[in-house]
Design a protein around this ligand. Sequence first.
Ligand code: HEM
Length: 139
Amino acid sequence: MLKTLHVFGAIFLLGGVTTHALLRPMAARAADVAQLALYEFAWRVQLATVYVGSALVLITGLLLWIGHFKLFTGWLLLGVLLYAAAMGLDGAFLAPNLRRARTAAGEASSAVAGAAMTVQLVAWLLLVVVVFLMVARPF
Ligand code: HEM
């Protein structure tokens, strides 16, 4: 049950982050009205999947860890570290960037939009590595 919730959380989280990675390049190139609509949609995705998924994965992950695996388990420690890095990028830059972009007339600058695309891809890659660690448990 707990593990099912954990995997659902992982699907939500990675699904949302993947959607953002695909939406951002589209939104950056779109004309004014379409751009606002796309950023609005991206923000809804953030609320419905990334926030829900990240909370679910954290809570259920810690509950699965306690009592079942040793504290110093390599794949778990690295997984949590990479999860924290991805969520740090999301909370400090990616989410505020989306929140601003959906209300302002377009994004502040195309340089910021370009940076956001790169950081979004890095966050996505970090989470893909976490999935690998959780499934393969290499160490
Ligand atoms: C705070 C962060 C996390 C903690 C503490 C954590 C903890 C765990 C633990 C203890 C298990 C093993 C459950 C068991 O076999 O009984 C597990 C499995 C799994 N986790 Fe995480 N996790 C975290 C984040 C994530 C993230 C961010 C993802 C993906 C985006 C993820 C995806 C998975 C998957 C797919 C499994 C199932 C692997 C399998 O059984 O083959 N986890 N996690």
